[in-house]
Ligand binder design. Structure first.
Ligand code: DGL
Length: 264
């Protein structure tokens, strides 16, 4: 079935998920929306993140999307339940921090989680911890400003390095041996994390598991594309296309025109 898969995030973070989906399901046609005008979601009220998520999903459905990936932990925490109530038939794949694999990996019984304030203060995150990490020490670190740095393509700048050093400090101090990247922007600073962390901490992110989950949902519903797609992914932003184009090239080596989108 050649209908597209819609993917959205507040900005470029969901590109880390798009890359995994492209690698695992090269036949699928993808539409990506960065809601850059509203970035960051992490410090916005839930009601706004829900409103934006509904608008973005409506737009993707108008483009005939057969499935939607909420490629943002913050939007999943705030809005996935609501989206599923609005569209019970639509496959909606949400993201949540990889607490489960990190908890089962940790020998020390101590894990660190880097995420936005919105994700860490959500009910959904509390129940994730209750389910998988109730016997562990969990150091949850809100990373204010980090998604913005990544959004600007500043993956290795001295400011970004200083922020990340500061956010890692309590996690390292506690002796955590597993680190969860609970925001889709953060996989793009893995090279910096590798420099700052020693081998005693393993890093977990959710992108590869999401691509596998999407494949199995599409397979179960008979929605997998059966022929190679001749379409390049389509990219939209509610912010500045030229800026998004630059960062898209920096992050994924994709040079293409990004369309402006207004969903007010
Ligand atoms: N990429 C989003 C996430 O996974 C967060 C970035 C933001 O605060 O907008 O949570």
């Amino acid at each position: 079935m050649q209908a597209p898969i819609g993917i959205f995030d507040s900005g470029v973070g969901g590109l880390s998920v798009l890359a995994e989906v492209q690698a695992l399901l090269p036949n699928e046609r993808l539409i990506y929306i960065a809601d850059s005008h509203y970035l960051p979601y992490g410090d916005k009220p839930n009601a706004l993140v829900i409103e934006r998520s509904v608008k973005l999903t409506e737009y993707l459905l108008a483009q005939q999307a057969k499935a939607v990936i909420v490629a943002c932990n913050t939007a999943t925490a705030a809005a996935a339940g609501h989206l599923r109530e609005c569209w019970p038939e639509l496959p909606i794949i949400g993201l949540e921090p990889a607490v489960k694999p990190a908890a089962s990996y940790s020998k020390q019984g101590k894990i660190g989680v880097l995420a936005t304030q919105g994700t860490l203060s959500s009910q959904r995150f509390a129940s994730l911890l209750a389910r998988y990490a109730s016997t562990l020490e969990v150091v949850s670190q809100p990373c204010i400003g980090l998604a913005d740095q990544i959004e600007r393509g500043l993956l290795m700048s001295s400011e970004t390095r200083a922020l990340v050093e500061r956010y890692l400090q309590p996690i390292q101090q506690a002796g955590c041996d597993a680190l969860v990247l609970g925001c889709t922007h953060y996989p793009f600073i893995k090279p910096l994390l590798e420099e700052l962390l020693d081998d005693s901490i393993k890093v977990f992110d959710t992108g590869p598991a999401i691509a596998r989950q999407l494949r199995s949902v599409l397979f179960q519903r008979g929605l997998l594309a059966d022929q190679p797609s001749s379409h390049f992914p389509a990219f939209y932003t509610t912010g500045w296309p030229a800026q998004f184009e630059q960062v898209l090239y920096l992050l994924l080596n994709i040079r293409t025109a990004v369309q402006p989108l207004s969903l007010e």
